[in-house]
Ligand binder design. Structure first.
Ligand code: ADP
Length: 273
């Protein structure tokens, strides 16, 4: 599915775009261990920013830093125009949501309840859902085609189904910023395509800002509005997806393999054809 096709199937964003997250010379890492530096981006509502780079280049670390799971080691991070560290926990829980490949402790919960937990930032301590909350949870489950599984236990699901449930939970949270760490890693091709359509709808239709790390370059090329690349401890580039030429990908990932012409070369592999 091309970027144009995904866009044309999404309705236009109604409001003027706002700066949802911005980084200026941001440094990320763990305590004294610096992972990457020189990170600069500005992410507006309605935009999808894909983060790519070799394994270990710091994609997850960057997402965790933007989410506030890790402290900023240097430079600046702004959320909603304010320094990220000033955003209170309760405000952050409504403002942004994170979907990671690691499983939270929800194995014993039913699918509906996992998705409904996305509403907790709005329901107060007792977690009593209003009719509107229930509607939002139901809509999120439908979007991910999970209605038939809603009474199943999370632990009984496949990895791909679990990933969709966690995405439904995040959608139910209705965040301004949705952070996705390798959102398609467990999904088969059909759900990868569905994921792309859902992500395009959330951003270009509903005006959510999405920041995601992806391994599949065809997803970065076809879905993202902009791509940020990480390499050897720093931000290498940021730009539109057409910067991901074969020559650049070879350089970014240090690919030396020569593909025989009969395979269509690296380009065929990257474009997912
Ligand atoms: P990517 O998502 O691009 O594969 P990561 O952000 O997971 O990369 O990792 C970047 C670097 O940070 C790696 O060198 C990794 O070993 C290191 N790292 C990851 N998690 C931790 C941690 N909890 N403590 C210290 N170092 C970590």
């Amino acid at each position: 599915m091309t970027r144009e096709a995904l866009r044309s199937q999404s309705a236009g964003v109604k409001n003027a775009p706002k700066c949802v997250a911005q980084a200026e010379d941001l440094q990320t890492g763990y305590g004294k261990k610096k992972v990457s530096e020189g990170i600069r981006f500005s992410l507006r509502s309605g935009e999808i920013l894909a983060v790519i780079g070799p394994n270990g280049s710091g994609k997850s670390t960057l997402l965790k830093t933007v989410a506030g799971f890790l402290p900023v080691l240097g430079g600046k991070l702004f959320l909603d125009g304010k320094p990220g560290e000033r955003m209170k926990q309760a405000e952050r829980a409504k403002y942004l949501s994170v979907v990671t490949t690691s499983r939270p402790d929800v194995e014993w919960m039913k699918v509906w309840d996992v998705a409904a937990s996305g509403r907790y930032p709005y329901t107060g301590r007792l977690g009593i859902l209003s009719e509107e909350d229930r509607q939002i949870v139901g809509d999120a489950l439908s979007k991910l085609r999970l209605n038939d599984l809603s009474e199943r236990y999370f632990s009984e699901l496949s990895d791909g189904q679990k990933q969709r449930v966690l995405l439904a939970k995040s959608i139910a949270q209705r965040p301004k910023l949705l952070i996705l760490d390798e959102p398609t890693s467990f999904l088969d091709i059909r759900y990868q395509l569905e994921f792309m359509q859902i992500a395009a709808d959330l951003a270009h239709g509903e005006g959510m800002a999405l920041m995601m790390s992806v391994q599949e370059l065809s997803i970065a090329r076809n879905l993202a509005d902009r791509v940020l690349t990480l390499k050897e401890g720093h931000q290498d580039r940021i730009g539109e997806p057409d910067m991901l030429t074969e020559a650049y990908i070879r350089d970014l990932y240090d690919i030396r393999v020569v593909f025989p012409a009969s395979t269509g070369g690296l380009e065929a592999l990257l474009s997912g054809r």
